[in-house]
Design a binder for this molecule. Structure first.
Ligand SMILES: C[S@@+](CC[C@H](N)C(=O)[O-])C[C@H]1O[C@@H](n2cnc3c(N)ncnc32)[C@H](O)[C@@H]1O
Length: 204
């Protein structure tokens, strides 16, 4: 499983970094909530176009140990961070693992001074739910991350910026996230990403 998953995960990281970088500014402090092993943060920091002085830290409920970025541990709920203490908060494939997604979103918006970036899945109907569920299980079972098999539709995603008191700045209603046929089966319209300007907007 690892031999198949490795190159697919690397490809996914490359696509996420490419789409994320334009939202980041020199000197930004970024918090990657649910950072897992910290690979996304490390990939952002080592990317050729990475803004100068960028800091990326992680916040994880189940820290793996040995991560390439600083990772703060917490038990979920209220984050051990002050209001607006990071410029950008990232939630990459975390919300669908969270039993209380609305509270997690509110906490992320509280901690973010400028942007909240969400990458997750998008389902419309039974067959897309089946495909996303299969992919979710295959990617997370080896790491012991529990899956809830609950995913938002586009209409549900569109309610998120208002629910956190922010504004949608940019969205992707599909992403070519995986290589080749993996993308045909599990990428494209099953993927969703949004950049939300949080209420304070960071003095944009
Ligand atoms: C599918 S993994 C994604 C890891 C990483 N963000 C990535 O894109 O590779 C989901 C991670 O979110 C973490 N997680 C779930 N709910 C969380 C929460 N409320 N706060 C912090 N981490 C959470 C899980 O422990 C798991 O490591």
């Amino acid at each position: 499983m690892k031999r198949i998953h490795g190159p697919i995960y690397e490809h996914r990281l490359g696509v996420l970094v490419r789409e994320l970088l334009p939202a980041l500014r020199a000197g930004d402090r970024v918090l990657d909530v649910g950072c897992g092993g910290g690979a996304l943060g490390a990939a952002i920091l080592s990317a050729p176009g990475c803004p100068a002085g960028l800091v990326v830290e992680g916040l994880e409920r189940v820290p793996r140990g040995g991560e390439p970025i600083v990772v703060h541990a917490y038990a979920g709920g209220v984050m051990p961070m002050a209001d607006e203490s990071y410029d950008v908060v990232i939630l990459a494939d975390v919300l669908h693992h969270e039993r209380a997604p609305a509270s997690l979103l509110r906490e992320c918006a509280r901690v973010s001074r400028r942007l909240l970036v969400i990458k997750d899945h998008k389902v419309e109907g039974f067959w897309s739910w089946c495909r996303v569920s299969l992919m979710d299980w295959a990617a997370n079972a080896p790491h012991g991350v529990p899956c809830l098999y609950r995913y938002n539709s586009l209409a549900q995603w569109h309610a998120v910026p208002g629910a956190v008191g922010g504004e949608l700045e940019r969205e992707w209603t599909g992403l070519d996230l995986y290589p080749g046929w993996w993308n045909v089966a599990f990428g494209r319209s099953l993927q969703y990403m949004a950049v939300i300007r949080t209420k304070s907007g960071g003095g944009r």
